[in-house]
Each structure stands twice: as C-alpha cells, then as structure tokens.
Design a binder for this molecule. Structure first.
Ligand SMILES: Nc1ncnc2c1ncn2[C@@H]1O[C@H](COP(=O)(O)OP(=O)(O)O)[C@@H](O)[C@H]1O
Ligand SMILES: [Mg+2]
Length: 224
C-alpha cells in the first residue's frame, strides 16, 4: 500500500497590496504519496512559487495545514522550520544559487558537511551524485566555468545530498534552452527515481510536466 508523504489541507495565502488584500491560494488541498512525482502547472502569477515555498517551510500560510511525514510544519517555530528545511527538503530553483567561490564538488558536499557528515563521506556522496548527473569530469570546475545546464545539474545533485524526503523544484528549466532543459528534466526525474525521492515540480514547461506521474494545475487559487 502506498504511504502518504504530504498532506495539504485547505491552505489559504494572501498578500497585502496597498490597501487591498490579494488572495493567492484560496483553499488548496493536495496529497502526495511517498515516491510519487507530481507536476504543478499554472500561468505566471497563479501562486505556484507561493505554494512551493509554503510546502518547503520558506513561507507561511494564513490558514490550513501542511503535514510532511510525521511533521505538521504549519505549527513549527522558525528554528524548527529551519531544521525541517535542511533535513527533509531538497530545493531546486530556476536560478542555481551555487556558491561562486566553491567548485562543483564543494557545492554539492557542503550541505552534507554542514549538517554534520564527515568530510570524507560528504565528498564521496557528492562525487557519486555528480556522477549520476553526468558531471564526473567537472568536479573541480567553478560555477562560472560551467554552462547553464551544467550548473542546474549541479543544483539537482546538491538537492539530494542530505537525503531529503521531498524534492521541491520551482521552474528548474526556466532559464535553459530546449536541449539543456531536456537534459536537466531527464536527470531530475531519473535521479529522483534512483534515489527513491518524492518530487514536486512546478513548471509551465509541458515537457517537464509530462514526465510526472501526477499532473495538477493551479488556477484562480485552487489546485485541480
Ligand atoms: N511577498 C509577496 N508580497 C506581495 N505579493 C506577492 C508576494 N509573493 C508573491 N506575491 C504575488 O502573488 C502572486 C503569485 O506569485 P507566485 O507564487 O510567485 O506566482 P507563480 O510562481 O505562479 O508565477 C503574484 O501576483 C505575486 O505578485
Ligand atoms: Mg514562480
């Protein structure tokens, strides 16, 4: 039987805009099985990033609840949320956010090393992940020496280094040309599969969405 990893109940999120309140999420419900791969589409401004940020504990909703595994994150303190993010979530954004003064290998190993893994083990894990994203010959390259697609593949490897429960990807191919976009998509899904990860990817690229097991759409504040 499948196990539920994510349960989102009726989340509402608004932003104040001048004297107005804009309701972006109006009662979003979502359940995701462990090991599933879910794509969420929706036009620009529909609230995709807002939803992903709430799932990842980067932002808070006004009401409703989010449970990931055995943790109801909507009730956590800021300190507990920070721990949740670093231990349980792997993030991939449209922009890679690699550290420019560190090599590809260091960028991937650092989150594990910071989380307390021995340096030797963190390096070994990082090497193995960079091998999975086919960058074994780019370990000592700095971000400035990598192509856009290669940087995003490093970001995919980094997202998995702490063995998170959930990978959250926000427009991971948004800055890439079609060829690199296809390569990153393939690597993201294959990596999630190989490492047994649950993936939620937000995208308006049909080619990214069509690989998912579950396809949802965010429209007018609701997920359908
Ligand atoms: N911090 C914020 N303050 C005010 N409005 C925001 C904020 N973040 C997002 N919004 C608004 O919420 C809407 C949804 O944004 P977003 O989640 O980024 O959409 P998407 O990722 O689908 O393009 C947009 O209209 C945006 O302007
Ligand atoms: Mg967005």
């Amino acid at each position: 039987m499948s196990e539920l990893l994510v349960t989102v109940r009726n989340i509402v999120k608004s932003f104040a805009s001048g004297t107005e309140t804009l309701y972006i999420l109006k009662g979003v419900n979502l359940t995701v099985d462990r090991g599933s791969m879910v794509a969420i589409s929706g036009s620009s401004g529909s609230g995709k990033s807002t939803l992903l940020n709430i799932l990842g504990g980067l932002d808070r909703c006004d009401s409703g609840s989010v449970r990931v595994g055995d943790t109801t994150i909507t009730g956590l303190s800021e300190a507990a949320l920070t721990g949740y993010r670093s231990r349980r979530i792997g993030f991939i954004f449209q922009f890679h956010y690699l550290l420019k003064d560190f090599t590809a290998l260091e960028n991937v190993m650092l989150p594990a090393y910071i989380a307390g893994m021995k340096k030797k083990d963190a390096l070994e894990k990082a090497r193995s992940l960079l091998d999975d994203v086919r960058l074994s010959d780019r370990l000592q390259h700095y971000p400035s020496q990598l192509s856009g697609g290669e940087r995003q593949r490093v970001a995919v490897a980094r997202s998995m280094v702490n063995d998170p429960d959930l990978i959250l990807a926000d427009e991971p191919t948004g800055n890439l040309d079609p060829q690199n976009s296809a390569a990153v998509t393939e690597i993201l899904y294959r990596g999630a599969e190989k490492w047994g990860k649950t993936l939620i990817v937000v995208t308006h690229d049909d080619k990214v969405a069509e690989r998912a097991m579950v396809r949802l759409s965010l429209d007018a504040g609701f997920l359908t």
